[in-house]
Structures are given as structure tokens and as C-alpha cells.
Design a protein around this ligand. Structure first.
Ligand SMILES: C[S@@+](CC[C@H](N)C(=O)[O-])C[C@H]1O[C@@H](n2cnc3c(N)ncnc32)[C@H](O)[C@@H]1O
Length: 287
């Protein structure tokens, strides 16, 4: 089995998101609807309110960045960071178009946050932490960035059995690519922090206080399986990475099998793929 260094993993992740940037951005409306409740819960848990300075880590195309910016209002400030310059450019453009001039963007690795210590009132990370080779170090960096008593709050996918569509996509893609099944909890994987107890343990090791982890159901609802596949095909960078080396015909065969299997979640009312997220929150200890 080939093993990759954290640097190689990170370079591959960055490249994959540079490639998926416009696809993820084009799906903003669907992503917004899918994650609206979970995002509101994340901002509530982080106690984000008017006038705050908030750090948005792995902000992507900025969907949650705009929610944060609207919450904190013009008296507040949001710094959206991401390792991919391409995807972050979308966040910058959306903020500008929405007239949210109190949003800034900065390309930076979450494991090397180049921000001043204790300069934020809260930090959040929506569906980013699982991709980092060293999520514990990233949590420590986030904690350093916020003031004593401030919250660091993240959303990640929970265990594979509660996210069955991701399992179907991964298993099918790997088989078609001639690759062995992957340990879903392998660092850097989409589901890596769904391992029972792991997220709590990371928060404890990073020495947060008042740690809580809550499960949030986030079903993905679309008119049909075709729209879900369109979402995956344009934006799901880990699956595209796996299929990337296959010729077009072989890729189509993989997509066709995924569609077949995912049709199980179709009902007369539409397509509904179950997903479960973990919302973890912790406070930087007061000095
Ligand atoms: C699933 S997207 C989530 C984007 C956004 N937070 C959202 O929920 O729409 C994951 C993001 O993590 C970013 N990312 C991956 N590894 C990173 C790292 N080491 N440092 C910062 N960002 C990273 C990717 O570039 C991508 O934008």
C-alpha cells in the first residue's frame, strides 16, 4: 500500500479543491439549502453575534462566510481563509457583490494560520477539519487565534453508517478505479472525524473547556438522484480525485453504477440522501 506524507496529502487536497472550486461554487444554492440548519446551529454554538470578529477556516466559496457576515453586521469583521486560492476567490466575489465590505479573504493553510494571537471573538470551520492531515494541530491554531473565553466550533460528517451515500460513492469509485477499499477514518478522508469519540478527544487534547458534541441530521433533498449526481460530479473533489485517472468510458460506467445504487433514496416526493453531521464546540480557557 502506498502511504503519503502529510505534505503530499495536503498538496493533493489543495490541487483537488483548485479543480473543484468552480463546481462547488456552482452548487452554492443546493449546498446552502442542504446545510442551512446545521450552519445556523454552528453560528449559535459559537455565540456569533453583532459586532464580532470571526475567523472562518476552510471557507471554500464562502456560503457560510456570508451568513456570518450578515450576523455580525458592518460593525463586525470576517476573515475567510482557505488553502485553495481559486475557491476563496469565489468567496471574495460573493462578499463584494453582496456589499459585505467587512469580509476579507486570506489564502492560508489551516495548520499554519498566519493570524495574530487572540485577535478573534470566534472561529468556525464547516466541513473542512476532516480534510486536514493534522486536525489536532489545526484546532490548536484556531484556539490560539481566538480570545480567552471565545468559542471554536466545527461541523464534520459523523460515522459512515449515517452517511450512506458517501459510502456508496466512495466504494463504487474505488472499485472502478481498481483500488482497495479505504479505511473511512484514515486522516484526510471526508469521514475521518466521524470515528466515535475522536472529535471530543481532539478537543480535549487541544485543551479546550466546556466541550460539547451534538449530532445534527442534514438530509440532502433534491428533486431526483440525477441532481445529486450532478452535484457530486461537479463538486465532490474526493470522488473526482479517485476517478481522475480512468478513461472517460470507464468513468461513465462508475457514474452509472452510482446512480443505480443511489436511486434507492428516491421516493415519489423526491430524492433524499440521509446525512449526519457532528457539531463540536469548545472554549479557549480564560487566562
Ligand atoms: C467541503 S469544502 C467546505 C467549504 C466551505 N466551508 C463550505 O462548507 O461550503 C472543504 C474546504 O476545505 C479546504 N481545505 C482543505 N484542506 C485545507 C487546509 N489544510 N487548510 C485550509 N483549507 C483547507 C478546501 O480547499 C475546501 O475549500
Amino acid at each position: 500500500m502506498t502511504t503519503f506524507s502529510p505534505e503530499q496529502l495536503k498538496a493533493a487536497t489543495r490541487l483537488a479543491w483548485e479543480k473543484s472550486a468552480s463546481g462547488w461554487n456552482s452548487q452554492t444554492q443546493n449546498i446552502h439549502a442542504w446545510l442551512a440548519e446545521a450552519t445556523a446551529a454552528m453560528l449559535d454554538a459559537a455565540r456569533i453575534t453583532v459586532g464580532m470578529r470571526v475567523l472562518d477556516i476552510a471557507a471554500g466559496a464562502g456560503d457560510q462566510t456570508l451568513d456570518i457576515a450578515r450576523r455580525v453586521g458592518p460593525a463586525g469583521y470576517v476573515l475567510a481563509t482557505d488553502i485553495s486560492e481559486c475557491i476563496l476567490q469565489f468567496a471574495k466575489d460573493h462578499a463584494l457583490r453582496a456589499g459585505l465590505t467587512h469580509v476579507e479573504t486570506r489564502v492560508c493553510d489551516a495548520e499554519e494560520l498566519n493570524v495574530e494571537e487572540a485577535s478573534f471573538d470566534a472561529a468556525v470551520c464547516r466541513l473542512g477539519l476532516s480534510f486536514f492531515p493534522d486536525p489536532l494541530w489545526a484546532l490548536r491554531q484556531a484556539q490560539r487565534a481566538v480570545k480567552p473565553g471565545a468559542h471554536v466550533t466545527v461541523l464534520v460528517f459523523s460515522e459512515p453508517q449515517y452517511n450512506p451515500c458517501i459510502g456508496i460513492l466512495m466504494a463504487t469509485a474505488l472499485r472502478h478505479a481498481g483500488l482497495p477499499p479505504r479505511d473511512p477514518f484514515q486522516p484526510g478522508n471526508l469521514l475521518s472525524l466521524g470515528k466515535p469519540g475522536l472529535l471530543d478527544e481532539l478537543y480535549r487534547k487541544a485543551e479546550f473547556t466546556d466541550i460539547t458534541t451534538t449530532r445534527i441530521s442534514a438530509p440532502f433533498r433534491l428533486p431526483s438522484v440525477k441532481e445529486y449526481l450532478a452535484f457530486v460530479r461537479t463538486s465532490a473533489s474526493p470522488i473526482m480525485q479517485i476517478l481522475g485517472n480512468l478513461d472517460p468510458e470507464a468513468q461513465e460506467a462508475a457514474w452509472a453504477e452510482m446512480e443505480d445504487r443511489l436511486r434507492a433514496f428516491q421516493s415519489p416526493a423526491g430524492w433524499e440522501g440521509p446525512n449526519e453531521l457532528l457539531l463540536a464546540d469548545g472554549t479557549r480557557p480564560a487566562r
